[in-house]
Design a protein around this ligand. Structure first.
Ligand SMILES: *[C@@H]1O[C@H](CO)[C@@H](O)[C@H](O)[C@H]1NC(C)=O
Length: 312
């Protein structure tokens, strides 16, 4: 016994202490790293992936015209599978919508784009397309630019509702809009579908993501059709519907140059309005008494709700 033993004991205690200290430091560092890694994807990663989902979807939609050709030159269908030629008629050389009663009325929830943004877009669309399609085109009313979110009832799966049930739906929708933040968005690209619908496809910069908005609407409207019409991440608004060939087709029966005309017009429009920024701060609960009333200036009843969350 004696000093030697005490010295050894002391030395090994220091070794053990140092060992545990190093362990603690390593543990603390990896714990912090794990915390940071687990925070990052849940905060910005999911909205990044919604943005990626939208980009992939828009890229796919942009290929539709090349893959399927200009179907609207024969007989196109809309994105809601209604034939375009059934929706319009030419009266004294003027395109007029054919309004068909929706029974029961369609109940749509849409985000509204204010005229502050829609009027300049509408002007650009008209300026570029009118010279090529003076008659065979229908322009979306700029007071009614909208992004379809979620249907409480649609023409494919009608969900009849009493006046009281409709009031209850509207109140449920109003309640959730109070927790939705205004969306700051940017026009990602303009697309012409094979059915002749000219669409603006938007990306979200900040605010509540459309995926979240649709999920909230779904929860608030449990009787709604399970088959909804649009992809959950999609944020689109239709600008115009082409109803026939352009005034001057370059070559009879030349498919390629026919499509090139459309690509050229879409490119021109993209060069002018792509990147445009807008803020969306209203959600509308719309009873459409005619099919596609929002698109065709049909009969409808609109309830307008301000998005209530201010931090966006
Ligand atoms: C566009 O919509 C507004 C608001 O509903 C309406 O007052 C106006 O008449 C519409 N324009 C056309 C051309 O139908």
């Amino acid at each position: 016994m004696g000093r030697g033993v005490v010295k050894n004991w002391w030395a090994s205690s220091v070794k053990i202490a140092v060992f545990w200290l190093i362990c603690a430091v390593i543990f603390y560092c990896s714990f912090q790293m794990a915390l940071r890694n687990s925070n990052r994807p849940t905060i910005s990663g999911s909205s990044n992936s919604y943005a990626e989902q939208r980009s992939a979807l828009y890229a796919k939609m942009a290929k539709d015209l090349d893959e399927n050709g200009a179907v609207f030159l024969k007989q196109g269908e809309t994105s809601q599978s209604l034939s375009l030629s059934d929706l319009f008629t030419l009266k004294d050389g003027i395109v007029t919508p054919v309004l068909k009663a929706a029974n029961p009325p369609v109940r749509a929830n849409v985000l509204h784009l204010s005229t502050e943004y829609s009027v300049p877009i509408s002007e650009a669309v008209k300026k570029i397309l009118l010279p090529s399609f003076d008659k065979a085109i229908w322009f979306q009313n700029s007071s009614m630019y909208h992004f379809s979110m979620f249907h409480a009832s649609h023409h494919k799966t009608p969900v009849p509702a009493t006046e009281a049930e409709i009031e209850a739906e509207a109140s449920a929708v109003k309640a959730i809009t109070e927790a939705i933040c205004p969306l700051h968005i940017v026009l990602d690209r303009v697309i012409l579908t094979s059915t002749g619908v000219l669409l603006g496809c938007w990306q979200v910069v900040s605010g509540t993501d459309p995926v979240t908005i649709r999920a909230k609407l779904k929860a608030a409207l449990p009787r709604a059709p399970t088959n909804q019409l649009y992809n959950e991440a999609m944020l689109h608004t239709s600008f115009a519907r082409l109803l026939g060939p352009p005034n001057k087709l370059p070559e009879e029966g030349n498919q390629i140059s026919g499509l090139e005309i459309f690509h050229e017009l879409v490119n021109k429009l993209n060069n002018q309005i792509r990147g445009l920024k807008a803020t969306v701060s209203e959600l509308w609960y719309v009873e459409e008494y005619d099919l596609l009333a929002l698109a065709l200036n049909g009969n409808m009843k609109i309830r307008k709700f301000q998005l209530g969350c201010s931090k966006a």
